[in-house]
Design a protein around this ligand. Structure first.
Ligand code: MIC
Ligand code: SF4
Length: 643
C-alpha cells in the first residue's frame, strides 16, 4: 500500500502499537529539544527517572524564553540547564544564540527523522521533512531516556497547494488562511501533510511559517516533503550532507483533503483574541495600534527581517508606535548586521531586541493597558502579550512593517506593486560556538542548583472516592495561557511548582489558588478543545499540586490531555455534552469506587450532589494512561524519586 509521508516516517520509527488511526502507538525519537521554560522540569524529571545519560541521537537544551533576568531566577535556571545538560549528554544552546525552532531548522533538522520537543511549536521542524511533535516536558524526558513516545496514531490531512503567492501575500497569510478554514480545532488528531505543484514556489523558510502555525489548528504537526527547496536551505547552512529527498508514495491515500490556491490569498490578520479570528487586512485597515513587534519563531528568519528592513528603509516609525524587532537567531542577527539592515531598522526607530522569544509570550515589551499590538507571532490569546487588557493582531512582517510606518493597521499593497526582493547569499555565516557540547560520559560538572530550582513534587495514587466542588465552569477552547498565564514574572518560576501554582487561572480569578488549596480536591468543567495552545506541563502539574482532581470537558487538546495523565489528573469527557450546561461552579460532584471504575475502562457516572442528578463521563485515556492515573502519574508509576 502506498504510504503518506507521515505514515512512512511513523512506520520507520514504530516501537509499539498498530497504525490504526486513533489507536495508541509508540514511536522511537531521534532528536529532542527542551528550553528554559520547559527544560528545568524536564531535566529534573529525567534525573528522577534515574537515567545517567540521554539515549537519543541528539538532545538539545535551549535558553531562549526566560531571558529578562529581572531577578537572579533566570540566570540560576540557565546555570542549572547548562550543567545538567553537560552531565546528561545534551547540547546546550546559550542565551543569545536564538529561538529553539529557528536554531533547530538551521543547524539540526533532518528529513525523515523524529523530533520531540517540549514546546508546541516544535512542529516548525516539519518544514524540513521531519516528524516534529510538541509534548509535555515529562514525555520528552522519557524519550530522552530512549523510551518511545506515545500518541494516538494520527489521521493524515493532505493539503494540496496550487498557484503561487501574489506580491505582498506571504506564507504567514497562507498559515492564517489555513486557520480561517480549519479554526483552532479543525486539525485535531491530524498531521497536516503538504503536497502539490505550488511547493516548488515555497522556500523552506516559508514552509516553516506554515508548519509553525499548524499547531494553532490543533493538529499534531505538519510535514512537508524534502525536495530541491529543502536542499537549497541545507546548502545555505553548509549541511548538504544532512539532506535526503523524501516524499509520499505516488497514490498515497489521505484521510481527508484540503486544497488551497495560493494565488487567491491576500494579506490577512488574526484579530484579538484567537489565531482563527482571521479577516483580510483591507477590512481591518485603519485600526489603532500602539505597538508593532516583528519576530518570534514564526517570522524571524533572514528573509522576514530583511524584508521588514527593506520596507522601513528611509521611513520612520509613527510617533505613537513602539516598533520592536527580535531576530530569530544569532545567524540571522549577523546577516542583518553585515548587510546594513540593522542600520535601516535603527534609522526607522526600531528597538532591536536579543535573538529570543521575548515579546511573543509577554517576556518584556508588554503593551499599554487596553493597548493594541500588531505582531508577527503565532498566538494572540487573552493576556498573552503580558498586558491582560491588551489585544493583539497577528500579521506578516510585510503588514507589520507597513503598519509601523503608517501608524495604523495597513494593507502592505498600499506600498506599491512590487515588494522588496531579498537576495540570498551563497551560504549563511556558520558559527556554532554558542552551542556547548556535553561532557564525555561519566564526566561533567556538578549540577548547579540555585535557589530558583525547587525539588520536584511527587504525587500519590488516584483516590477511590472523591467528593469535590466544581471550581470553575469555563467556555470552549480554554488555552494553557488561561490556565497558567504568560509573562516574565510567572515564567521565572518555571522551576518552582509551589511558587508558580499561585498563578493558576490567575487571569480568570486572581485568588483561585487559595480557593483550590482550601477545597483540597476539585474539578474544572470545560468545553471543547480544553487546554489548547502551549505544551507547558505546568498547566497540569501546578493544578495537581494545588489539589485539583480532574477536568471534565467535551474534548481535550492532545498535549494537555497527555500532561493531565502524566501528573495523575483525570481527563474526563462528557458522554452527553448537553450535561455541561447544568453543572455549575460551586456544585459538589461525587464519584465512588473510582479506582475500580478506572481499571474497568473508565466509563462511569458522577453524581452532582447539589442538584441530585447523575451524568456519565468517559476517561479520555488509553489503557497505558489509565494505569498511570491509578499509580498517581508517570513518575509515581516509574518509581521515580526526586533529587
Ligand atoms: C508558547 O509559545 O506558548 C511557549 C511559551 O513557547 C510554550 C512553552 C511553554 O509555555 O512552556 C509552547 O508553545 O509550548
Ligand atoms: Fe518562543 Fe513564541 Fe515561539 Fe513559543 S511561540 S517558542 S514563546 S517564539
Amino acid at each position: 500500500m502506498p504510504s503518506t509521508l507521515t505514515e512512512r516516517i511513523i512506520k520507520d520509527h514504530l516501537a509499539a502499537g498498530e497504525m490504526t488511526p486513533g489507536a495508541e502507538i509508540g514511536i522511537r525519537i531521534d532528536q529532542t529539544l527542551v528550553h528554559d521554560a520547559t527544560g528545568q522540569m524536564a531535566l529534573l524529571q529525567f534525573e528522577a527517572l534515574g537515567r545517567p545519560r540521554v539515549r537519543t541521537r541528539r538532545s538539545v537544551v535551549y535558553s531562549d524564553h526566560n531571558i529578562l533576568q529581572v531577578t537572579s531566577n533566570n540566570a540560576d535556571d540557565h546555570a542549572f540547564l547548562r550543567t545538567a545538560a553537560s552531565r546528561f549528554g545534551m547540547v546546550y544552546s546559550k542565551v543569545g544564540n536564538g529561538i529553539c525552532h529557528q536554531l533547530n531548522l538551521e543547524r539540526f533538522s533532518a528529513p525523515g527523522e523524529t523530533l520531540l520537543g517540549a514546546d508546541s511549536h516544535t512542529t516548525t521542524g516539519g518544514a524540513a521533512g521531519a516528524l516534529a511533535i510538541g509534548a509535555g516536558g515529562l514525555d520528552v524526558a522519557v524519550a530522552m531516556g530512549g523510551s518511545p513516545f506515545f500518541l494516538p496514531m494520527p489521521r493524515v490531512m493532505g493539503i494540496t497547494l496550487t498557484g503561487s503567492l501574489r506580491p505582498w501575500s506571504t506564507a504567514k497569510d497562507a498559515a492564517l488562511e489555513i486557520l480561517r478554514r480549519l479554526t483552532v480545532s479543525g486539525g485535531r488528531g491530524h498531521v497536516l501533510e503538504f503536497k502539490g505543484e505550488a511547493l516548488k514556489g515555497l522556500s523552506l523558510t516559508q514552509r516553516a511559517v506554515i508548519a509553525n502555525m499548524s499547531i494553532e489548528t490543533g493538529a499534531v504537526t505538519a510535514v512537508f516533503p524534502s525536495d530541491e527547496r529543502t536542499l537549497e536551505f541545507f546548502r545555505l547552512q553548509g549541511r548538504e550532507a544532512d539532506w535526503k529527498p523524501l516524499a509520499a508514495d505516488p497514490g498515497a491515500r489521505y484521510d481527508s483533503e484540503l486544497e488551497i490556491d495560493l494565488s487567491s490569498i491576500e494579506p490577512l490578520a488574526a484579530a484579538p483574541h484567537s489565531p482563527d479570528n482571521v479577516s483580510p487586512v483591507r477590512e481591518l485597515a485603519g485600526a489603532r495600534i500602539d505597538q508593532v513587534a516583528i519576530g518570534s519563531c514564526t517570522n524571524s528568519s533572514f528573509q522576514d527581517l530583511m524584508t521588514a528592513a527593506a520596507i522601513l528603509r528611509g521611513k520612520t516609525c509613527a510617533p505613537h508606535v513602539s516598533l520592536i524587532v527580535a531576530p530569530g537567531s544569532r545567524q540571522v542577527y549577523w546577516e542583518l548586521a553585515s548587510r546594513g539592515a540593522l542600520a535601516d531598522l535603527l534609522a526607522a526607530g526600531a528597538r532591536i531586541m536579543e535573538a529570543a522569544c521575548g515579546f511573543c509570550n509577554g517576556v518584556g515589551q508588554a503593551p499599554p493597558s487596553l493597548g493594541t499590538s500588531l505582531r508577527t507571532s503565532n498566538r494572540n490569546f487573552p493576556g498573552r502579550t503580558g498586558t491582560p487588557s491588551a489585544g493583539a493582531y497577528l500579521v506578516s512582517p510585510e503588514t507589520a512593517a507597513a503598519s509601523a510606518a503608517a501608524g495604523e493597521l495597513t494593507d502592505p499593497r498600499s506600498l506599491g506593486a512590487e515588494p522588496p526582493v531579498i537576495a540570498l547569499p551563497e551560504r549563511f555565516r556558520i558559527d556554532d560556538s554558542m552551542f556547548i557540547l556535553p561532557a564525555p560520559a561519566g564526566e561533567g560538572p556538578e549540577i548547579i542548583r540555585g535557589p530558583s530550582i525547587a525539588p520536584l513534587p511527587l504525587f500519590g495514587p488516584v483516590p477511590d472516592s472523591v467528593e469535590a466542588p466544581v471550581m470553575l465552569a469555563l467556555a470552549d477552547n480554554v488555552t494553557t495561557d488561561d490556565i497558567l498565564p504568560a509573562g516574565a514574572h510567572i515564567l521565572a518560576l518555571r522551576a518552582n511548582i509551589p511558587a508558580i501554582s499561585r498563578y493558576i487561572f490567575s487571569n480568570i480569578e486572581p485568588d483561585f489558588h487559595l480557593r483550590q488549596r482550601e477545597a483540597g480536591a476539585g474539578f474544572i468543567v470545560g468545553g471543547a478543545n480544553y487546554g489548547q495552545g502551549s505544551s507547558r506541563e505546568h498547566a497540569a502539574l501546578a493544578p495537581r499540586y494545588l489539589g485539583l482532581t480532574g477536568v471534565i470537558a467535551e474534548s481535550f487538546a492532545r498535549i494537555h490531555q497527555a500532561n493531565l495523565c502524566n501528573f495523575g489528573l483525570l481527563p474526563l469527557v462528557f458522554v452527553n455534552p448537553a450535561d455541561r450546561a447544568w453543572i455549575l461552579k460551586g456544585h459538589t460532584l461525587k464519584i465512588s469506587g473510582l479506582r475500580a471504575k478506572l481499571a474497568a475502562g473508565g466509563h462511569f457516572a458522577i453524581l452532582d450532589e447539589t442538584v441530585g442528578r447523575e451524568f456519565e463521563v468517559r476517561a479520555d485515556a488509553s489503557p497505558r494512561q489509565r494505569e498511570m492515573l491509578l499509580a498517581g502519574g508517570l513518575l509515581a508509576q516509574a518509581g521515580a524519586s526526586a533529587a
